[in-house]
Structures are given as C-alpha cells and as structure tokens.
Design a protein around this ligand. Structure first.
Ligand SMILES: [Zn+2]
Ligand SMILES: [Zn+2]
Length: 81
C-alpha cells in the first residue's frame, strides 16, 4: 500500500513534515531544536517513491515512503516507465 507523500519540508534540515509553516520539530545531535520551518512541497513533481524501500518506509525516506526531489536535476531523477 503506498502512502501519501509529505506536504512540507524543513527549510534548514530537510526533515519531512505534514504541517506547512509550522516550526520544525527535529533536534540536532546535541539536542538543540532546529530553527527551520516547514515549507510547502505540494507538487507531485516534488516527490518520488523511495527506491530503497519501494514506498514502505525506511530511514532514507524518513519512513514516509517518498523522497523529496525538487532540488535534484531532472536528468538525475529515476524515470518511471
Ligand atoms: Zn528542521
Ligand atoms: Zn524508503
């Protein structure tokens, strides 16, 4: 069963979220809260199914089943055929 992609990405650490414009909830390795906010990532083209887990959820996709690809050049993205 495929999950819906997240709708937001932290502007600082890249954490995926489901609440646009809310404060990021992640902490760094010393326990300091991230100062970022979740920016909207609502386009279908922002997300690709995770290749590592096939959408089931794993560490590399933050258990969302999707990876954020807006910053990945088109020619480097996997193509679905
Ligand atoms: Zn963050
Ligand atoms: Zn995954």
């Amino acid at each position: 069963m495929s999950k819906l992609p997240p709708v937001a990405v932290c502007t600082v650490c890249g954490k995926y979220g489901h609440a646009i414009n809310s404060a990021c909830t992640s902490r760094d390795h010393r326990g300091k809260p991230c100062k970022g906010v979740f920016g909207s990532a609502l386009n279908n083209t922002d997300w690709m199914p995770c290749a590592d887990c096939d959408g089931a959820g794993c560490d590399s996709c933050q258990s969302s089943g999707h990876v954020y690809v807006r910053n990945v050049p088109a020619h480097l993205r996997r193509r679905e055929t």
